[in-house]
Design a protein around this ligand. Structure first.
Ligand SMILES: *Cc1c(COP(=O)(O)O)cnc(C)c1O
Length: 229
């Protein structure tokens, strides 16, 4: 069985090759190593092999692991965020990938201002209208961003999506492409918002996501192996 370090290098090389195929600079794709359910000693192996950012989908798990790992590590919250947990992570994460309601946006802004922080966030978009997924319908994102522009303490940096479960990576390509096109359209409509980040692609489909313009890929299983439970 390959080691965590070998897996990490393989993912990085595969992502870089996908970027080059698409005529993109591989340096513009950041790997977020998804560490949910992974113990700190195994996360440390990935960090020793060159990982720079950890992605967790639960606030409590993220906060429990943070003090056990080096302070230079970036922490990204990638899962649905409940409003009552916002105060716990304000100022403690480098990026929230999963902004999915105005109510949450206002709470993030409020807690950020209290901490003297500006919260970098991505808006989660439910591109395929999958009832099992969080995220805004694509048609509501422009209006949502206009509202977010009025919220102090909040800085929208881009968009994120999770495609419906698929048996082949190619099935996710139209979803990834649609997210990139939506971001391009929104950048033209709202030049004051940079929207430079696109978080899309997981273990099964990150190469396709990079070909379609991902700047952040969220990869767990391909690095640590299958999760228990
Ligand atoms: C678990 C998770 C991932 C990583 O999934 P893998 O298939 O293990 O790579 C990516 N994004 C989100 C939002 C997740 O919850």
């Amino acid at each position: 069985m390959a080691s965590i370090g070998e897996n990490l290098r393989h993912v990085k090389e595969t992502a870089a090759a996908a970027a080059r195929r698409a005529g993109r600079d591989p340096a513009r794709v950041q790997l977020v190593v998804v560490t949910k359910t992974v113990a700190p000693d195994r996360i440390a192996e990935a960090l020793a092999a060159g990982a720079t950012a950890c992605g967790e989908n639960r606030v409590q798990e993220l906060l429990a692991k943070q003090p056990e790992l080096p302070s230079g590590v970036q922490w990204h919250l990638i899962g649905h965020l409940q409003t009552n947990k916002v105060k716990l992570i304000a100022g403690r994460v480098q990026l929230i990938h999963s902004l999915d309601s105005l109510h949450l946006a206002r709470e993030i802004g409020r807690r950020a201002v209290e901490k003297g922080w500006v919260a970098p966030v991505l808006v989660q978009v439910n591109v395929a209208g999958d009832p099992a997924k969080y995220g805004l319908p694509p048609g509501e994102v422009a209006g949502f961003l206009q509202e977010c522009l009025l919220i102090e303490g909040l800085q929208v940096r881009g968009l994120m999506t999770i495609p419906p479960l698929a048996s082949r990576a190619e099935e996710s390509r139209p979803v990834f492409r649609a997210l990139r096109l939506l971001a391009e359209e929104l950048r033209q409509k709202m030049p004051s918002l940079p929207l430079e980040l696109l978080s899309m692609g997981m273990s099964s489909d990150y190469a396709v996501a990079v070909e379609e313009g991902a700047t952040l890929i969220r990869v767990g299983t391909a690095i640590f192996g299958p999760r228990e439970g």
